[in-house]
Design a protein around this ligand. Structure first.
Ligand SMILES: NC(=O)c1ccc[n+]([C@@H]2O[C@H](COP(=O)([O-])OP(=O)(O)OC[C@H]3O[C@@H](n4cnc5c(N)ncnc54)[C@H](OP(=O)(O)O)[C@@H]3O)[C@@H](O)[C@H]2O)c1
Length: 220
């Protein structure tokens, strides 16, 4: 195994710095993965800029990644070296840098790991594992949508329409076709004035629930 390198943010607001880091050895239910694709999502950017998640610095960036298993701890039973896997850092792995995505070789907990079918690319798998879980957990509690054109929003539109809900959502004209393909009943152009967006949203209501899938100050 070549040496390990990681992308660090050393302090709040700091830029990413690439540095050599320890070669992790998997123990118990951990596995060591050669990272092939990393999903850089808005949550990573928010970690750097805000204290919403109260991250501990220095930190290694990244929550989801896909790659090839290099070695496994003695208690791992569902994957073996050579398997292609995708990983999301839920639970205790979320705050420990050895489990972070943006490094050449990352550790993963077996419970956070899924084995990939040969036809699934590393890029697709790492791109979908966290936002899909977000949608399923959120929409099982709330229903109704704002922000159908984000990665989370697009999956949410699909999930809700597949479940038989009538979905009203937003998109710019650039992403309207994509959102239409997910069968939203009404797509409101969010590039209009705030007053016009609210008027249209109200006109299509009442709603059983509202799910805001952009997460900026304006949209919230
Ligand atoms: N990705 C994940 O795994 C994940 C997991 C948990 C939580 N989250 C959170 O979910 C939110 C969305 O993340 P994402 O990864 O889905 O984002 P994303 O895919 O990067 O979303 C970008 C899209 O949002 C649309 N947009 C931008 N400004 C907008 C506005 N003012 N009103 C309506 N639409 C607007 C734009 O499409 P158009 O302008 O073309 O419509 C743009 O293409 C973030 O708050 C993130 O922290 C993400």
């Amino acid at each position: 195994m070549t040496s390990n390198e990681a992308a660090w943010i050393k302090k709040p607001g700091g830029l990413i710095e690439v540095e050599t880091v320890e070669k992790w050895i998997p123990d118990g239910v951990e596995l060591l993965v050669r990272v092939e694709a990393v999903n850089y999502n808005p949550t990573d950017a928010k970690l750097r800029r805000s204290d919403l998640f109260q991250p501990q610095f220095p930190l290694i960036v990244g929550f989801t990644f896909a790659g090839t298993v290099i070695s496994t701890g003695p208690d791992v039973s569902s994957v073996k070296p050579g398997d292609r896997v995708v990983v999301a850092r839920w639970g205790q792995a979320g705050t420990d840098n050895k489990f972070a995505a943006l490094q050449r070789y990352a550790l993963a907990l077996e419970e956070n790991t899924l084995k990939l079918e040969p036809e699934i690319t590393f890029e697709d798998a790492s791109g979908v594992i966290a936002n899909l879980a977000t949608v399923v957990s959120a929409l099982n509690i709330y229903m109704g949508l704002y922000g159908g054109s984000s990665a989370v929003g697009g999956l949410a539109v699909k999930y809700a329409t597949d479940a038989g809900y009538e979905v009203v959502t937003t998109s710019s004209s650039a992403n309207k076709k994509l959102v239409e393909e997910r069968h939203a009943a009404h797509i409101i152009d969010h590039c209009q004035s705030k007053e016009d967006i609210l008027r249209e949203l109200r006109a299509h209501g009442p709603y059983e629930g509202l799910f805001e899938a952009i997460g900026s100050q304006t949209t919230t």
